[in-house]
Design a protein around this ligand. Structure first.
Ligand code: MCA
Ligand code: AMP
Length: 492
């Protein structure tokens, strides 16, 4: 049996999930996921790694579906509830998912897919119908999940992890951050990325703790949960801490005191997915007394580095490799750099993903000849701790904790009838880390940028829409014809 389920069996009567105001025990979760598995199996003995896509907001139902797919031997492919249809179609097609489980609130979005005879779009109520079935034995090497992440190629790639990899990603965090069954965590993160799925949800369920879902981040609701005293842990991206600070600042001093006192009682608050600006760390400390624990991760590796739970948390640094993670800094030729010199973070260990789905070449390119995964992030070891210095590609943007490929947006922009060429960059921003900005080349003398954004919104999720535009006669290029993106930044 999958170890996560074995562990859940030890906590049957404890609350596992709180969603939509209801609490669900581990027993209810195990029962519901067995029902989902039986309905998916539909009398067969094993899904044999069939990809099952699902469009379900963060909730008890989401977890029952994810566990049901795993129990039946399928690969879970979570779709992003904020994506417009073309972005979801890409994931469905690329992953080769033939079955898409859909929550009732999203049935309309997927309506056009029903015309496709190769796909079956199944409402959740169909897989929640009574049913039971013997379940297959699932080995650690079986593929379990596929998460889509952007890279230096224009289209997102499916990052495949096995049950063994997922277990190791969870176990290292449970150990490092000392998760307990008495813990209670709030999840306000999207559930198509590692941060929400592994660090928050799966770590909680591995230990018998409770995970409460809010379907969407709202600063007021998060402060409400913190103020209730029921949380012991909180994890978020830097943008969320920025927004929580802004909300706290909008309150009167009496309310601020109460909020601060409640927040100081949590046992741990973690930040990650993007660089935590030191001013945000300092402000959060002055409000709550917490030095945020900053860690570093990536969809392909889970978490790699972390500041210490018990010892030093150094502002502006990401700490040391987590248990089981092997890390080195390497130069462009993949040779380890000299002590205290900057280099690319390269990782080995049981937490590293298996492959990019059906992209053998890209998978091969992502590893060195001797098996190190190349993250593309540049860091240095300074006074015994790692500090992230940046990335080796200007084509990757991090905004609100989301990784965004500039090339993907450029590609979509070029599909607009009035746009001849485009270059997309990330501009530094206090709140979002970076904001997406686009330089357009057009035969038109002027352009309605709001109109362009509206057009893009039918093709890309909100976080990939440029917030700043400029119109140019041509793009700045070097002698080789490559767009000089650093020069472009100065034009904004
Ligand atoms: C939304 N808006 C933005 C952006 N996103 N503006 C600029 N830049 C952005 N990136 C605008 C919207 O268009 C809208 O404006 C307004 O902000 C509110 O939009 P909404 O969607 O409601 O935003 P939000 O809910 O406030 O979103 C902020 C957020 C979200 C909660 C920080 O971005 C988020 O959930 N980020 C977390 C992503 C994550 O989990 N990443 C982990 C992947 P208007 O109304 O004018 O249109 S990385 C990972 O997993 C690795 C392994 C790791 O290390 O963790
Ligand atoms: P993703 O591919 O969405 O999983 O994003 C992973 C990327 O987020 C990493 O390659 C880093 O560039 C960035 N990242 C994650 N955590 C941190 C951090 N603490 N500081 C700086 N960058 C981070």
């Amino acid at each position: 049996m999958i170890e996560l389920f074995q562990k859940a069996n030890l906590h049957k009567n404890r609350p596992a999930i709180v969603s939509n105001g209801n609490a669900y025990s581990y027993e209810q979760l195990l029962d519901k996921s067995s029902v989902v598995a039986a309905n998916l199996l539909n009398k067969s003995s094993d899904l044999n790694e069939a990809r099952i896509a699902f469009l379900v907001p963060p909730s008890f139902e989401y977890v029952a579906v994810q566990w049901g797919i795993w129990a039946a031997g399928g690969i879970a492919v979570p779709l992003c509830v904020q994506h417009p249809l073309p972005a979801m179609e890409y994931v469905i097609e690329d992953s080769g998912s033939k079955v898409i489980l859909v929550h009732q609130d999203f049935q309309e979005v997927l309506q056009p897919l029903k015309a496709n005879p190769d796909l079956s779009v199944v409402p959740l109520k169909e897989v929640f119908k009574k049913g039971s079935s013997p379940l297959p034995d699932i080995g650690l090497n079986r593929r379990a999940m596929m998460l889509y992440t952007s890279g230096t190629t224009n289209k997102p790639k499916g990052v495949v992890t096995t049950h063994g990899i997922i277990q190791s990603q969870i176990a290292t965090l449970v150990e490092a951050w000392e998760w307990l069954k008495e813990d209670y965590i709030l999840n306000i993160l999207p559930l198509h990325h590692v941060h929400g799925i592994i660090n928050v949800l799966s770590c909680a369920l591995w230990t018998g703790a409770c995970c409460e879902f809010h379907t969407k981040f709202e600063a007021k609701e998060v402060w409400g949960a913190i103020s209730s005293g029921r949380l012991t842990l909180f994890m978020a991206v830097p943008t969320i801490y920025y927004k929580l600070i802004t909300y706290w600042e909008s309150k009167n001093s009496k309310d601020q005191r109460k909020m601060s006192e409640a927040a100081s009682k949590l046992r741990l608050m973690v930040s990650g997915s993007a660089a935590l600006p030191v001013p945000v760390l300092n402000k959060w400390k002055s409000i709550t007394g917490h030095t945020l624990l900053e860690r570093y991760g990536m969809t392909e590796i889970g978490m790699g580095l972390s500041n210490s739970y018990r010892k030093e948390r150094r502002p502006g640094y990401v700490g040391l490799p987590l248990p089981g993670v092997e890390l080195r800094l390497a130069d462009k030729d993949n040779n380890p750099v000299d002590k205290n010199m900057p280099g690319e973070i390269q990782i080995k260990g049981p937490c590293v993903f298996k492959e990019y789905w059906q992209k053998e070449k890209a998978t091969k390119k992502a590893f060195t000849k001797d098996g190190w995964f190349r993250t593309g992030d540049i860091a240095m070891l300074h006074n015994g701790m790692y500090k992230i210095l940046g990335r080796d590609s200007v084509d990757i943007i991090k905004s609100g904790g989301y990784k965004i490929s500039a090339l993907e947006i450029e590609d979509v922009l070029r599909g607009h009838e009035d746009i001849e060429d485009s270059a997309v960059i990330g501009l530094e921003d206090e709140e979002w880390g970076e904001v997406v900005a686009a330089c357009l080349v057009s035969g038109q003398k002027t352009m309605d940028f709001d109109e362009i954004s509206k057009w893009l919104r039918t093709r890309l999720p909100a976080y990939k829409i440029p917030r700043k535009y400029i119109l140019q006669k041509k793009l700045p290029r070097n002698v080789l014809g490559k767009v000089t993106k650093n020069e472009l930044k100065s034009l904004f």
